[in-house]
Design a protein around this ligand. Sequence first.
Ligand code: SF4
Ligand code: SF4
Length: 233
Amino acid sequence: MRIDNEKCIACGTCAAYCPTDAIVKEGKTYYIDEMLCVECNNCYRSQSCKQEALLLEKLTYPRSLRNVFSDVYSVAKETGVAGRGTEEMKTNDVTNRIKNGQAIVGIELGRPSVSTTFRDVDKMTRVLFKHKVRMESSNPLASLIDLESGKVKEELLDERAISCIIEVLTELEDLEDVLKAIIENASRLDTVFSLFVASKIDAGGKPEAQTVLERMKIPVPAGGKTNVGLGQE
Ligand code: SF4
Ligand code: SF4
């Protein structure tokens, strides 16, 4: 995104729509901090600029990845659907990709105003991939990471996004080791993250992963999310 300073009257209206505080006032004018802008297009879509001073620019790789991971209307070619992240956890009731005895671990790096970089993804996947995990193949991150070492492509490391979701499959017997590694790695990150764990429900009506979480003293929300698939595979 760019501001045309010939048209901009420095009213500041657009700045309120930016989730990363990338629209900055300098003296009597506004500019877009290229490092902070995640190309989410929120400011443009809000139609807040009556001067038509916000300019959508054609993005080239690797900057174009900012848009893929930050704009809810951007379609990732790996999933074929608009929106960030993956569908695995939300569609498992239909696709049955998580089997009994397995768990999916999701790590959402970044939030609006905090955001994340692919360097943070790299820090997490390098540690995670030392354990017995398999990356979800339809995750938009999958093609950007060496699936053996967890290394993210070098040219992406300084690119920024509102958030990136790492999603891996593991066996329940390995879940504790995987979660410990994530928690120990947290202090190395330059952003915040949310942790998701999904598993099948056991015969007693309890998520299979719950025993592991309780053993580790990780709080399990009483109203954990249940996905019931109504579609077709
Ligand atoms: S495109 Fe998004 S991140 Fe960039 S300036 Fe506009 S609202 Fe902010
Ligand atoms: S809303 Fe338009 S005129 Fe106002 S500061 Fe933003 S770009 Fe400039």
